[in-house]
Write a protein that binds this ligand. Structure first.
Ligand code: ARG
Length: 262
């Protein structure tokens, strides 16, 4: 899992609008530092043996570094994201990129945050809604991509995408999550999945602890969540911790910067 990724770059990363509670137009990223941070993430993916494809960012798309929101891809099919208006310009670029590579591209009929709100775990899809994804997308994704969908709802705008509150670790069936970030029925649904669960504190989750990429052997994550990093190491995973201070100004972390292609 997560061995083939699509990333963009941080050349045009800016805070031009505020569409999540972490963004503040008065607090701009330093472009040089952001590019270095992003390059280090890509380097870590490659060292972990993952294939990384790059799609250049566009000047009019200041959030394009966060490619996870582009789509949800499975077995040669891609359901395109349908983002908030401020990010609408990105979608055409993603569509063209995916089509050129031979993916069957499917339009999302409702608001959809792409992989930001859709975390595959084998044949199960953990799917968020409430902030960036219309709940009607869940059946649509189940049908078009062949998943059993587990609908989940986060309780606060801080968790505007599910990939801030839940992370699939794998190896073989482990999930890390911040229970407080989910409403009670969602918590129960997760507890009944029969997976091994690793709890993450609200404080670490707010520092993008769960916004990680795991292939089941190596976990690439922020260096701002030492407790989760230690827990995962104790479970036998290789953990690579990286700075994410510039990306955090956009309200994202490592998971947000990579779209999984398989
Ligand atoms: N500034 C971006 C937005 O609000 C951040 C997206 C982060 N992506 C994610 N998968 N959580 O859309």
């Amino acid at each position: 899992m997560n061995t083939h990724l699509m990333v963009s770059d941080a050349e045009h990363f800016r805070i031009d609008y505020e569409i999540n509670p972490y963004m503040d137009t008065e607090d701009q990223p330093d472009t040089g530092a952001a590019v270095a941070e992003h390059d280090a993430i890509i380097e870590a993916h490659r060292r972990a043996g993952r294939t990384v494809e790059r799609m250049p960012s566009e000047p009019g798309c200041p959030d394009m570094v966060f490619t996870a929101n582009a789509a949800l891809v499975r077995r040669g099919r891609a359901v395109l994201g349908h983002p908030p208006a401020a990010r609408a310009n990105e979608t055409e670029h993603y569509r063209r990129w995916l089509e050129r590579r031979g993916y069957e591209v499917i339009e999302a009929p409702y608001a959809f945050s792409g992989q930001g709100d859709a975390l595959p775990c084998g044949d199960i899809l953990l799917a968020g809604s409430g902030w960036r994804t219309d709940p009607r997308m869940h059946d649509f994704l189940g049908e078009r991509l062949g998943y059993d969908v587990v609908p989940l709802r986060t309780v606060d705008r801080r968790w505007y995408d599910l990939d801030l509150a839940v992370a699939v670790i794998g190896n073989p069936h482990t999930l890390a999550w911040c229970p407080e970030a989910l409403d009670r029925p969602s918590r129960q649904r997760i507890e009944r999945l029969g997976l091994e669960l690793v709890e993450v504190s609200r404080a670490e989750a707010e520092r993008f602890a769960l916004n990680l990429v795991s292939d089941g052997d190596t976990v690439t994550m922020t260096r701002d969540a030492p407790r989760l990093a230690a827990t995962l190491r104790n479970r036998g995973l290789r953990v690579v911790e990286l700075p994410t201070t510039e990306l955090a100004k956009g309200g994202g972390g490592i998971r947000c910067t990579a779209l999984t292609l398989e």
